[in-house]
Design a protein around this ligand. Structure first.
Ligand code: AHR
Length: 501
């Protein structure tokens, strides 16, 4: 019997927020310096922006870009990165072991954001920073004129305020590795007061609380989330979650199922939000939503040597990684009612879809699903019925140092569907290693008509990847013709397929 995907237009999950196609720029390794910003390189423009990288970034339609960290932000003092470049101090960067010239800072980032047409999303320093410093940053970026820091921005050559709307209150503050790490109660107190000052400065901003990122054995991430949600339930608009997975055991079937663990965590936190909301006093504000503001595959460049210095976290991706990213994006869409922000970590060179050398660049395998989803998967997410063969994973390592997981009844087909106007976008990962899966796609009402556009991401084998001058994994176009209540498609082994119907 064929597998089945049944689509019912009445079963709506929620609106897909554009902001789930976000990305992240951190001062880490070659993400900023030697990545997006490389003054003096013949490939850069007069602002120092690598032109080839800019073009590739534009192909991702990045809706929202988080900046400047990450662990970096917990010892970052934004004043170091504004004003004449020759006066900016060089600092020891303690999170990732580099020297930070501060030649790229708030205004350079905002210029970049404008160029790539992305909404900026700033993170403030809740580690070594003060609530006053956070307030002053909002004043610098968002207040038109009058107070000292607004005038300072004008003096620096930027007369208009930027109106930065999204601000996160620190990064991974639950992590013992975080500079200035706090316990949940102390973090909540500090975040509440920082948020208060920031909102008094610009009431239109949205605040994101640092949810749990520490899923190492022995940690209690849901307890952190519970406390933070309870303490900040009247203050914040989002709770941030992070997840990195990796095929540590070289166990393909477990690895491609790992986005289901992200989905499970989403549902757990959704329950905690509901609980907190039942006791919140938010007036007519929306409930708190989830921001998966760091997600990716990261396990190869994760040793002490590969996590510091000029070249850090330079993970190279293969086909199975692209399938995992497709799975993450499907999971965000299937939870579109509560996941309203997601940021792939990160944009260039550092666990990134774009990889550069001094005189070249290439697109990693994970570039392709992100680009396809960001271009096409919009509108309303539909709750579809999927019937395909299933498998159980054994007990497996989710990532390096992460908790372990075990999943039962994982469907070989992982599906999400969006509807916008008359168009359906059907996103399907076939997790099967070696079998194509013939599938009937059934409309519960109405009919399919005509020719469909089909995009496929696949490659010669699971470990196939791209490199300078070599592309083994990319998006290719296919065809599907069909009419009537049902169309049949054969999803190839180890592939991602997007059908526009
Ligand atoms: O994205 C790399 C790092 O991963 C970030 O700096 C940190 O927030 C997370 O641990």
């Amino acid at each position: 019997q064929n597998a089945r995907i049944k689509i019912d237009l009445d079963r709506k999950i929620g609106e897909v927020d554009e902001k789930i196609y976000g990305n992240f720029v951190e001062h880490l390794g070659r993400c900023v310096y030697g990545g997006i910003y490389d003054p003096g390189n013949p490939l850069s423009d007069d602002r120092g922006f690598r032109k080839d990288v800019l073009e590739a970034v534009k192909g991702l339609n990045v809706s929202l870009t988080r900046y400047p960290g990450g662990n970096f932000v917990s010892n970052y003092h934004w004043l170091d990165g504004v004003g004449p470049k020759e006066d900016r101090p060089t600092r020891m960067e303690l999170a990732w072991g580099r020297l930070e010239s501060n030649h790229f800072g708030t205004n350079e980032f905002m210029e970049y954001a404008k160029e790539i047409d992305t909404e900026p999303y700033f993170a403030v320093n809740m580690g070594t920073g003060t609530i006053e410093e956070a307030q002053r940053w909002v004043e610098y970026t968002n207040v038109k004129e009058g107070p000292y820091y607004a005038e300072l921005r004008k003096k620096h050559g930027y007369p208009e305020p930027y109106g930065i709307k999204y601000w996160s209150l620190g990064n991974e503050m639950d992590g013992y590795w975080q500079m200035g790490h706090l316990n949940a109660e102390d973090y909540s107190k500090k975040a509440r007061e920082a948020g208060k000052l920031m909102k008094l400065t610009d009431p239109s901003i949205k605040l994101i609380a640092a949810g749990a990122s520490n899923f190492r054995p022995g940690a209690d991430p849901m307890q952190w989330n519970r406390v933070v949600l309870d303490e900040l339930k009247d203050v914040v608009d989002y709770i941030a979650l992070h997840m990195y997975v990796g095929n540590v055991d070289d166990d393909y079937y477990s690895f491609v199922a790992s986005p289901l663990v992200l989905e499970k965590r989403t549902q757990l936190v959704e329950g905690l939000i509901d609980e907190a909301m039942s006791r919140a006093d938010r007036g007519d504000r929306d409930p708190i939503y989830i921001a998966w503001d760091e997600y990716n595959i990261w396990y190869r460049w994760r040793s002490e040597e590969t996590m510091t210095g000029e070249r850090a976290l330079e993970e190279r991706y293969n086909l199975e990684d692209a399938l995992v990213i497709s799975g993450f994006l499907n999971a965000f869409i299937r939870n579109a009612d509560v996941v309203k922000i997601a940021n792939m970590a990160q944009l260039v060179n550092v666990i990134a879809p774009i990889f550069t050398s001094e005189d070249d660049m290439f697109l990693q395998t994970i570039y392709y699903p992100l680009s396809l989803f960001a271009e096409h998967a919009h509108g309303t997410s539909l709750d579809v019925y999927v019937d395909s063969d299933k498998y159980d994973t054994g007990d497996f390592a989710l990532g390096l140092g992460e908790q372990r997981a075990e999943l039962k009844s994982v469907p070989y087909l992982d599906v999400s569907v969006t509807q916008q106007d008359d168009e359906l976008i059907i996103n399907v990962v076939n997790r099967h290693k070696d079998k194509a899966i013939t599938t009937d796609i059934i409309a519960q009402e109405g009919e399919f008509t005509g020719d469909f556009e089909v995009f496929e991401i696949n490659g010669p084998d699971l470990k196939a990847g791209n490199d300078f001058g070599k592309t083994e994994v990319e998006t290719v176009s296919k065809e599907l013709k069909g009419k009537g209540e049902s169309v049949t498609y054969n999803f190839p082994a180890h592939s991602f397929t997007m059908i526009k119907a």
